[in-house]
Design a protein around this ligand. Structure first.
Ligand code: GDP
Ligand code: IMO
Ligand code: MG
Length: 428
């Protein structure tokens, strides 16, 4: 039995897409378990770049089957665009993509509510927007939790589906129109559009829970792909500056209906420094020339929204927490090559608050904003790691950086990535 979870260990954009694509070489099935088109997973194969938002990052391996699980919130527009992009690139989807009939749909009003609430938050005195991707994620998960969401399975009965859409739109029109001055939404038009979408996705819809259980029973090798990262987890992240799902490894079980007892391996993807898109506490952030260097060299601009990512030193204190809550047994360390030119590197080993060393990460964002990182300085390697594929070929200082990360985080670095390309990877 081999079921591995690939989880982002920081604030997302760690390089999960590259890792999942690489590991799919030895997998039969890749399944996404949460999030939606807020994700942007980049794959670079033979110099060609693909950015995936909803479809699992195993899709470029022709033999792999890909699953979008019940925990994912699906935007039909984004999904159809992605299928089109892949088919135009010569990637065949038919017979390889399986979408859970339990997954919730992102509706047009979710995106409108997402934008309206962000604007409202930003305008409040002392208020701060979360800096969401605007993909309707929060409002869709609100509906899911409040038991008023619309799921793929609802499309089966068109009459009942239209009734649900009508009821929901009567409710949101009130909010959108009265509170935010939006034009009234047309329920019939939206219901029609979703029914058209249904005919397009019909071949992919199935009971993915059953599909995965049968695959586990027959010994198939399965990768469970997380979106976002542990520090954006709605329970374990820097609340309220988080996404609305559970990117942590536990979310893989609920988001796919795969029991914890089936999991054999948990790989945490860690970027060799830190980045964050959107607002919220970021103790090791560098709002200076070094931060700008990291952004420029690492091309740190959002794969979904194009926003510049905030950059900073590696936060091993937060990573240790991430290793703990995810049960990470192995680390895949990415973007080491971005650090090539630095004389010195800093690693955060702890947080101080009001002169006291903290034992854990503060649960409250306001407190977390106030912590002061404790740094340890290590020497850079000052040579190019780009494209190195053997651990022995790494310079001594790069090996020392890796060893120190292992020590501070309590997990072994088994994979090191040295460029965006699929093949430029060291497997230890
Ligand atoms: P994801 O959301 O975790 O899949 O990560 P993103 O795709 O949003 O961001 C990671 C970015 O770093 C992408 O542009 C990747 O192509 C790139 N990348 C991944 N691994 C490496 C690496 O080892 N070195 C460099 N230079 N870039 C990398
Ligand atoms: P991948 O899978 C980085 C961030 C947003 C915002 C917060 C909430 O590519 O790593 P949301 O739209 O989810 O309600 O926004 O979460 N965010 C991400 N940051 N990578 C992602 O995905 C993200 N998905 C959401 O910037 O701060
Ligand atoms: Mg990304």
């Amino acid at each position: 039995m081999s079921v591995s979870i690939i989880v982002g260990a920081q604030w997302g954009d760690e390089g999960k897409g590259k890792l999942v694509d690489l590991l799919t070489k030895e997998a039969d099935i890749v399944a996404r378990y949460q999030g939606g088109a807020n994700a942007g997973h980049t794959l670079v194969i033979d110099g060609k770049k693909y950015v995936l938002h909803l479809i699992p990052s195993g899709i470029l391996h022709p033999k792999a089957h890909c699953v979008i699980g019940n925990g994912v919130v699906i935007d039909p527009v984004a999904l159809m665009e992605e299928i089109k992009m892949l088919e135009e690139s010569g990637v065949s989807i038919t017979g390889r993509l399986f979408i859970s009939h339990r997954a919730h749909l992102i509706m047009p009003y979710h995106k409108l509510l997402d934008a309206a609430r962000e604007r409202e938050n930003a305008a409040k005195e002392g208020g701060k927007a979360i800096g969401t991707t605007g993909r309707g994620i929060g409002p869709a998960y609100i509906d899911k939790a409040s038991r008023s969401g619309i799921r793929i399975v609802d499309l089966l009965d068109r009459k009942r589906f239209a009734e649900k859409v009508r009821a929901k739109i009567a409710e949101v029109n009130n909010v959108l129109h009265k509170l935010y001055d939006y034009e009234q939404l047309d329920a019939e038009k939206i219901a029609d559009e979703y029914c058209q979408f249904d005919t397009l996705i019909d071949p992919y819809i199935t009971d993915t829970t059953l599909f995965l259980h049968e695959a586990i029973q027959s010994g198939k090798r399965i990768l469970l792909e997380g979106a976002q990262g542990a520090l954006l987890d709605v329970d374990h992240g820097t609340y309220p500056f988080v996404t609305s799902s559970n990117p942590t490894s536990g979310g893989a079980c609920t988001g796919l209906g795969v029991p914890p007892t089936a999991i054999s391996r948990i790989i945490g993807v860690v970027k060799a420094y830190s980045t964050r898109v959107g607002n919220g506490p970021f103790p090791t952030e560098l709002e200076n020339a070094t931060g700008e260097d990291l952004r420029r060299i690492g091309h740190e601009f959002g794969a979904t929204t194009g926003r510049p990512r905030r950059c900073g030193w590696l936060d091993a204190f937060a990573l240790r927490y991430s290793v703990m809550v995810n049960g990470i047994s192995e680390i895949a360390l990415t973007k080491m090559d971005v650090l090539d030119s630095f004389d010195e590197l800093k690693i955060c080993t702890g947080y101080m608050l009001d002169g006291k060393a903290l034992k854990g990460i503060p649960a409250d964002a306001v407190t977390l904003e106030r912590v002061e990182p404790v740094y340890e300085t290590v020497k850079g390697w000052k040579s190019s790691l780009e494209g190195i594929r053997r651990y022995e070929d790494l310079p001594a200082n790069a090996k020392a950086y890796i060893a120190r990360i292992e020590e501070l985080c309590g997990a072994r670095v088994t994979i090191v990535s040295t460029s965006p390309s699929r093949d430029d990877t060291i497997i230890r």
